[in-house]
Ligand binder design. Sequence first.
Ligand SMILES: NC(=O)c1ccc[n+]([C@@H]2O[C@H](COP(=O)([O-])OP(=O)(O)OC[C@H]3O[C@@H](n4cnc5c(N)ncnc54)[C@H](O)[C@@H]3O)[C@@H](O)[C@H]2O)c1
Length: 450
Amino acid sequence: MSKTGFSRRGFLQRSAGVAGASLAAKYILLDPDPLTALPRVNAPSDKVRFGIVGVGMEGTGLLTTAIQLPGVECVAACDLYDGRHELAKEIAGKSIKTTRRYKELLDDKEIDAMIIAVPDHWHKQVFVDAVSAGKDVYCEKPMSHSPADGLAMVAATKKTDRITQIGAQRTSSVLCAKAKELYDSGAIGELSLVEGSLGRNDPTGAWEYPPPADLSPQNLDWDTWLGTAPKKPFDPYLFARWRCWKEYGTGLAGDLLVHLLSGMQFVLGINEAPKRASAFGGIYRWKDGRNTPDVHPVLFEYGEIPVYMRLTLATETAEVTRFMGSKGILELTEFGLSYTPQAGVDLAPSYYCYGLPSRLKNAYFKQWHDEHDPKPGHEPAPKTESYRGNDYDDLKPHLWNFFQAVRSRKPLVQDVVFGHNAALGCHMANESYYRKSPVYWDADSQTIKS
Ligand SMILES: NC(=O)c1ccc[n+]([C@@H]2O[C@H](COP(=O)([O-])OP(=O)(O)OC[C@H]3O[C@@H](n4cnc5c(N)ncnc54)[C@H](O)[C@@H]3O)[C@@H](O)[C@H]2O)c1
């Protein structure tokens, strides 16, 4: 959820802001919200009218943020839980239409675009129906719940000229843009390894959310909520904590790894599935009946590059992605970016030569110093550049880019193909975990194989 609500990230960012205030002078502040540079008023004809499906934790942030954008208007909201009709009207005004049936929004010719923020197991159907009905679509991440779902979403979009944007919002942040600029300029030289990690250690971080107090089969269409998943009796905990089960969610991979992979794809300009993945892990901390791992380290191969991603809900660790190359490191964190150049040459005589007799050692040291020592007063002073941006998890620019593309019809970077590839990384991480075996993406059959 975005910082417009009481989100985890918003909370972390506020705490980091307080703790980091005294260090602020050491950072290069990147341009703030690019929206401030744009005209605030749009002609009425420019107005984009959207409908939203799913006004839960994430849908709330999306709706609240989208209606703040110039020239963007919410017309209708759909949710299977009536409490969220009440919520949608609180956010977007009493005049919006609310319904349990998303197809009513698709039939509405007033609606240009749809925001889809339902649980993962419902993404494909709503997405395919929406593009097929001629709507442009912003769909939450992970785009798909399975490789087959993703293929169907790509195929449905190809039959139309619809604009699509998948919701891994950090690819629209100034921090990701700066990381990409530095990478493209050759700042870290030859890339040889990417590593990323993210850890949480609290019930909310591990998805143990409290269900709405009034939830009942009277105010929730439970059968439709289950969708194509096996039938089960009404269960408010399942409604709130669906991420814990693979029948509805896509595990740690689909919830959190997808952000790291999407950010990496964006910075490196990758738009393909990993070639191979090997995952490990298990359920170590949250033995609450879930069937998705709470510790999930994965080693991928993207092209020729090894990518190691470590996700855990059992220990809190900072979120970071490191791009490592022959000329240094780019380190992307939640609230900042740093670039540390490396010379990649010996900065002192080789310590190997301490193991030689004096006649050889002394001659080597003398020659080394003669050839390499800088003139006094000209010693190198390598520096690290640090950047701070507005927000790494930048929902507002991501939504703005979508609505601008709806107007301009120019394709977006994180479209259905990009989202499919990022989701395939997640599915491969999950398949490898469940199969207890390395997996690869078989491009011929378009399936994951062991
Ligand atoms: N981009 C991000 O940072 C981010 C953060 C959180 C969640 N998400 C994604 O957003 C999506 C929603 O997550 P959430 O935490 O908001 O879930 P949630 O359970 O809080 O909300 C989902 C809502 O969708 C409704 N719904 C389910 N099926 C529906 C259907 N067929 N028709 C209409 N309404 C339906 C439910 O009633 C519920 O109110 C997920 O895909 C999740 O991965 C993205």
